[in-house]
Ligand binder design. Structure first.
Ligand SMILES: Cc1ncc(COP(=O)(O)O)c(C=O)c1O
Length: 395
């Protein structure tokens, strides 16, 4: 059987070895606590589930949905954007519901990338930006996100010919995996850069609602001229703990939304309607669940960061997102350190290089671990010893 080159060109799955080790440890009856996955452990709020069940019982929702979603859902998304970000959207032309943001992120590449084209992609970054590009026959050009630049791409350092050749630029704030945030000033500069180079912007923003200490992330679409420059991907996955129901949205520039709708209407048949009604309830119903979830994540964030710092691992408190981006101690690679944590104390973290070359030197810890798991995990972490730097270790 001969596989297509586009499959062969995909980068290898970096976590295979870690998964093998976890399974071997579990098979020996050893306990493993995972900080690896960004999937909320808290249930979807009950009023949303109630709506989902009601809608599932209605035979009108048992049939094929429209691929551009219920008009009521597009209106609810537009209203939510207006209330949350003061951004006005035309529900018919500037809003497109998705089967989760991931689906739209992968498919938008088919709208803009022809074989041989370039997409500008953050490194480290959520892997689907580059995978989508590769599956469309294109090549990612990586924009390093470094601590020196507050994990924002340095737009001025992008070579002129690359900026001219590129067909898309990807950004993501609040950021996975670094937990970094971007302000309106950065988005304004990005719009200017994108318009100069006639470069469509895709801002992936599923974490705007997961924020701490009264910080409120902004939308890219609040920037001057952003509606002409690009679109924003959003999702109900992290805002309302709905990862399993698969629903998100793309909003913004009408030409880009129309192109994505064209691809999608030829590939999928929309989002199950009961899930769409649940999403309407989530966006239009009481919003206090967001604050309640953030209080939980904030408490966990503080415990995780304090523990890491107390065992000599540098990690800053993220203002938003579900992730702590921790520096690996001297003498370890990301994979070495992740392996060492697993072997010594049964803790799973994600090696930073899984998100790109510039993720080397870091590991990511997710805050979506149950409170009971967190207590166990932190006491295990407390027992970790830096054997490579034992003469330098302070304790
Ligand atoms: C940066 C980023 N974008 C998109 C997604 C996918 O979101 P969805 O569940 O809506 O497909 C994730 C999921 O972890 C993510 O971290």
């Amino acid at each position: 059987m001969k596989l297509a080159k586009r499959i062969e060109n995909l980068p290898p799955y970096l976590f295979v070895e870690v998964v093998k080790k976890i399974n071997a440890k579990k098979a020996r009856g050893e306990e493993v606590i995972s900080f690896a996955i960004g999937d909320p452990d808290i249930a979807t709020p009950p009023h949303i589930i109630e709506k989902l069940c009601q809608a599932a019982n209605d035979p009108a929702n048992h049939r094929y949905p429209e691929s551009d979603g219920l008009p009521e859902l597009r209106q609810a998304i537009a209203k939510w954007y207006q209330q949350r970000f003061d951004v006005s959207l035309d529900p018919d032309k500037e809003v497109l519901p998705l089967i989760g943001a991931k689906e739209g992120i992968a498919h938008i590449a088919l709208c803009f990338i022809d074989p041989g084209d370039i997409a500008l992609v953050p490194d480290p970054g959520y892997p689907v930006y580059s995978i989508g590009t590769i599956l469309a026959g294109g090549t990612p050009y990586y924009l390093p996100l470094t601590k020196k630049n507050d994990f924002l791409p340095d737009l001025a350092s992008i070579p002129e010919d690359i900026a001219e050749k590129a067909r898309l630029i990807w950004i993501n704030y609040p950021n996975n995996p670094t937990g970094a945030v971007a302000d309106l000033d950065f988005f304004n500069k990005l719009v200017k850069f994108a318009r100069q180079h006639n470069l469509p912007v895709c801002h992936d923003a599923p974490y705007t609602e997961v924020a701490f200490d009264d910080y409120r992330p902004v939308s890219f679409l609040q920037a001057e001229g952003a509606m002409e420059a690009g679109i924003e991907f959003h999702s109900l996955s992290k805002s309302y703990n709905m990862t399993g129901w698969r629903i998100g949205m793309a909003v913004g520039n009408a030409t880009m939304i129309k192109a994505l709708k064209t691809v999608k209407s030829n590939i999928d048949s929309g989002i199950p309607q009961a899930v769409q009604y649940a999403a309407i309830e989530a966006l239009s119903g009481p919003q206090d669940c967001i604050r309640q979830h953030n209080d939980i994540y904030q408490r966990r964030r503080d415990l995780v960061v304090d523990m890491l710092n107390s065992i000599g691992i540098e990690a800053e408190s993220p203002k938003a997102s579900l992730y702590v981006w921790a520096k690996v101690p001297e003498g370890y690679t990301s994979v070495d350190f992740a392996n060492d944590l697993l072997e010594q104390v049964g803790i799973v973290v994600t090696p930073g290089n899984g998100y790109g070359k510039n993720g080397e030197g870091y590991v990511r810890l997710s805050l979506t671990i149950t409170d009971a798991g967190l207590v166990k995990g932190l006491s295990k972490l407390a027992g970790w010893r830096d054997t490579k730097n034992k003469f330098k270790a302070k304790r």
